[in-house]
Design a protein around this ligand. Structure first.
Ligand code: SAM
Length: 243
């Protein structure tokens, strides 16, 4: 039988502890008792574990043995801030698909009130990623960065392969770019950054900024997708190349 999986807040070499709403759920709803077995994610590793002690808002586990875990996809999604409910959906699904990190950015066409309130949303985005990682039995939780201005991330030095989704790009598809990237990388697994624009798309000066900083513009085909659809399509296509 598949064991339930929990993500620990604290751990040492022999034990791991979950707290807060996770612990409450396990104690009150699932009535966890000492001896019950589970999988525990601690520091990016997964362990077969058993409950050692239960209190209303804290459960301690003894770690029995490390189990094999699938690594995250080496992809950072650079996502322009857009309508929060759509963005939350994208964060949840991107986590299920295995993204390693999400970097929200404020771009020229990000609506003003969303840009102003985005910093306060970061904690909520982290909680969504945490719950989604647990539900999809990941061995880690994707990093959700604080929102930052687009130019900071576009111009930052990086060894990653950098692709920007652009609906007006006609000559290079994401698939073509990935085929070239993987054949150039040989046996190495490249790390990627993939940028997705807001509902109004990238402004012309942002496209020029990407271009001058070595980002490659790629297409997902002739139809214009909503930003959250583009995020999920891009991740699925990339995963099919990397996994
Ligand atoms: N500027 C567009 C408009 O209003 O007609 C819409 C932008 S689209 C809703 C949001 C983002 O999704 C784009 O900036 C781009 O990053 C990505 N995107 C959507 N469709 C795409 C496609 N066919 N190819 C590549 N990227 C796409």
């Amino acid at each position: 039988m598949t064991r339930r999986r929990w993500i620990a807040e604290r751990w040492d070499e022999a034990t791991a502890t979950i707290t807060g709403t996770q612990a409450e759920h396990l104690a009150r709803v699932l009535r966890a008792q000492p001896g019950v077995e589970a999988d525990i994610v601690a520091g990016g590793h997964v362990f077969h574990a058993e409950v050692a002690a239960v209190s209303p808002n804290e459960i301690r586990f003894n770690l029995i043995a490390e189990v094999q875990a699938d690594p995250a996809l080496p992809i950072t999604l650079v996502m322009a801030v857009y309508k929060f409910d759509h963005m939350e959906w994208a964060i949840e699904k991107a986590t299920e698909l295995g993204v390693a990190a999400i970097a929200p950015v404020v771009s020229r066409r990000t609506e003003k009130h969303l840009a102003q309130t985005a910093p306060k949303r970061a904690e909520r985005w982290r909680r969504i990623a945490h719950e989604s990682a647990q539900q999809s039995r990941r061995s880690d939780v994707p990093v959700i960065h604080d929102p930052q201005p687009l130019n900071e991330i576009v111009a930052a030095l990086s060894n990653d392969v950098r692709l920007v989704l652009a609906e007006q790009e006609r000559s290079t598809t994401l698939r073509q770019a990935l085929t070239e990237v993987l054949s150039a990388a040989g046996d190495e697994m490249p790390s990627l950054q993939i940028a997705i624009g807001p509902e109004g798309g990238w402004a012309p000066n942002e496209e020029a900024l990407f271009d001058s900083n070595g980002w490659r513009a790629v297409s997902l085909g002739p139809r214009i997708l909503r930003a959250e659809t583009a995020a999920i399509a891009a991740l699925s296509i990339t995963a099919s190349f990397l996994e």
